[in-house]
Design a protein around this ligand. Structure first.
Ligand SMILES: Nc1ncnc2c1ncn2[C@@H]1O[C@H](COP(=O)(O)OP(=O)(O)OP(=O)(O)O)[C@@H](O)[C@H]1O
Length: 574
């Protein structure tokens, strides 16, 4: 709950104004039964028309004042709750930007989306209710009890029985609901996950005729969510009738005992009518408060989910060398070991190699041998478990993440584009790049031709996830995005796989000229892509099997020979 108080702090003034309006509203509303009592006792029973008129006017003014205060407090509470939910959404979004791949894997994308949307909306709804009813109902209850006791101490004995019974019933139902709400939230994440996977992988699902299987999978999680919802709704459904029946019993008891007091002339009729209104106000306040408590278990679940994200410390922290940039770009892996969080076996073992500027260093190896992991470690998506990665003699952990990543032109294995124009996507590499610079980078990546063929050229919109581009076009745009940075180190992770041989060659030749002074690290599956590399690191099950150029490796590295043999006729390549 301290998160909510922290969030409320910046809105102190608004909360103070809200409090003022709610105090006035409750005072006006509690005044009305007193005026009714006066109207009956001194106006109707004595047939005093003037008194009836003036009291009626006072009642009207009190009702209008209560209404205006209610409107004002409604507006203020809506403003505060929407602002706070926007603040929370922003905090979560900013926090997730700091997360390393470990934290991303820990929470999962679906859960982070649900937390940023669903959970925060729930907090907003609770806050809206809390700021209005959470303040108003205790005020109404307290003033109602004072007025009831003041009007008739004897009749108020009824409340001594009713209020504790009502509170116990409400507490029992609410405690039963907490466990269900927690399970419901977790199940909602699963529902979201299945839905996301289905929507993003719909083509594969259809191509592999898995629609029925996926429908059954969705039905399973949906059914479980429905089962949990039904249980909670049953409890919610039981709460209101329980409270209503207790309210009705109390009113009947008050009328019964109050009627006898009136008959014995121990109480006047006006006071009994006012008393019934006070009792109704008290019990309505209890009911409203119970609604707040009903929302509370869900709020606690959502708050816990938000706080867990906000309190998670990012595993990757900035280095201290704020002044240092990377200029030369010598990349050294020194006895690097790496084990993924929660994994038992190391993915990389004793990996040692150096990549120099003005040279192309290639990394090749079987699938799953750890090539992309090497790229992830260099960019500090993860940190090494043991050993060191140095750039220009400095441990990558000592650079600020900004300096480090600014100096590396990364092309990921799966080209990711954003819903923007082609120019907007390329400017990810350099924010203020001119159109000439964009076209030059596109030219190097062999993308200029297809960009210019499009009617809007660089301003062609890219659909969500790059859906309106082919695999090869996406890869070329991703290469252009890295080229435009002019980084000290180029890191290309299997970035030519979707290109035909001719384009692959053209991109490599253009890149060679462009990256003359830079360190070029190319991860590849195809021998033809890396055959002319200055140095080839052969990776086998997370270990460096050998390092050398193609000729050397063909003579002494069995694993390399095996890879070559599987792709080409050995003789033809020598
Ligand atoms: N987030 C992760 N958590 C646990 N293990 C992982 C994770 N990512 C990858 N791995 C494992 O690490 C190993 C190396 O993966 P990596 O992606 O580096 O291989 P790769 O050589 O790039 O493979 P490919 O050529 O198929 O892309 C694999 O066995 C993979 O299962």
């Amino acid at each position: 709950m301290h998160l909510l108080w922290d969030c409320l702090k910046p809105y102190k003034l608004s909360v103070a104004a809200l409090l003022l309006f709610l105090v006035i509203q409750s005072a006006c509303e509690i005044l009305l039964p007193t005026l009714v009592a006066d109207l009956i006792n001194q106006g109707i029973q004595t047939a005093n028309a003037h008194f009836i008129k003036t009291t009626g006017m006072r009642m009207l003014l009190a009702a209008i004042a209560a209404l205006l205060c209610s409107l004002a407090s409604g507006l203020i509470s809506a403003r505060i709750s929407t602002r706070i939910s926007a603040d929370l959404r922003q905090q979560i979004f900013f926090k997730v930007q700091e997360f390393s791949s470990s934290e991303m894997n820990l929470f999962g994308v679906s859960s982070l989306i649900t937390r940023t949307t669903n959970d925060i909306t729930r907090i907003q709804t609770f806050l809206l209710y809390l700021l209005k009813m959470g303040i108003l109902t205790p005020l109404m209850m307290l003033s109602g009890i004072i007025m009831a006791v003041f009007t008739s101490g004897r009749l108020s004995l009824v409340l001594i029985v009713t209020l504790p019974v009502m509170s116990l019933v409400i507490a029992w139902i609410l405690v039963s609901m907490i466990g269900y709400y927690r399970s419901m939230q977790a199940q909602f994440d699963s529902l979201n996950l299945v839905l996301r996977e289905n929507l993003t992988g719909i083509r594969v699902i259809r191509a592999f005729q898995q629609t029925c299987h996926e429908m059954a999978r969705f039905e399973g999680v949906n059914e479980e969510y429905t089962r949990l919802s039904t249980h909670t709704q049953r409890l919610v459904g039981g709460l209101m009738p329980a409270v209503t029946i207790l309210m009705n019993i109390t009113t009947v008891a008050v009328m019964f005992f109050g009627g006898r007091l009136v008959m014995n002339a121990a109480m006047d009729v006006g006071s009994l009518v006012a008393y019934v209104q006070y009792i109704t106000q008290i019990l309505l306040s209890v009911m409203m408060t119970s609604m707040l408590f009903m929302m509370y278990p869900r709020l606690i679940t959502s708050l816990t989910r938000i706080v867990t994200v906000l309190e998670t410390s990012p595993g990757i922290v900035d280095g201290s060398r704020t002044e240092a940039g990377i200029h030369t770009g010598i990349v050294e892996f020194k006895q690097v070991y790496f084990t993924f969080p929660q994994a038992e076996e190391a993915v990389l073992k004793n990996v040692t190699f150096t990549a120099y500027p003005n040279q192309m260093t290639a990394i090749i190896g079987g699938t799953g041998s750890g090539k992309s992991t090497i790229a992830g470690l260099l960019l500090r998506f993860y940190d090494v478990t043991a050993g060191q990665i140095l750039i220009d003699g400095v441990d990558v952990r000592d650079y600020t993440l900004h300096h480090l990543r600014e100096s590396i032109g990364y092309v990921p294995q799966k080209a990711v584009l954003f819903s923007n124009t082609i120019a907007g996507n390329l400017r990810f590499g350099k924010k203020n790049a001119s159109r000439e610079e964009l076209l030059k980078a596109a030219g190097i990546a062999q993308a200029a031709e297809f960009i210019e063929a499009k009617e809007a050229g660089l301003d062609t919109p890219i659909a969500q996830g790059g859906a309106n581009m082919s695999g090869g076009q996406k890869q070329r745009l991703a290469i252009a995005r890295a080229v435009i940075k002019k980084p000290a180190v180029y890191l290309l992770d299997d970035s030519f796989s979707a290109l035909d041989y001719k384009t692959d060659l053209a991109v490599r030749q253009a890149l060679k000229a462009e990256t003359k002074d830079a360190t070029l690290i190319v991860i590849a599956q195809r021998i033809s892509t890396i055959i002319h590399a200055d140095r080839i690191v052969v990776l086998n099950e997370g270990q460096v099997a050998d390092v050398g150029h193609h000729g050397e490796l063909m003579e002494r590295c069995g694993i390399y020979q095996e890879i070559v043999r599987s792709q080409f006729q050995q003789e033809g390549l020598r």
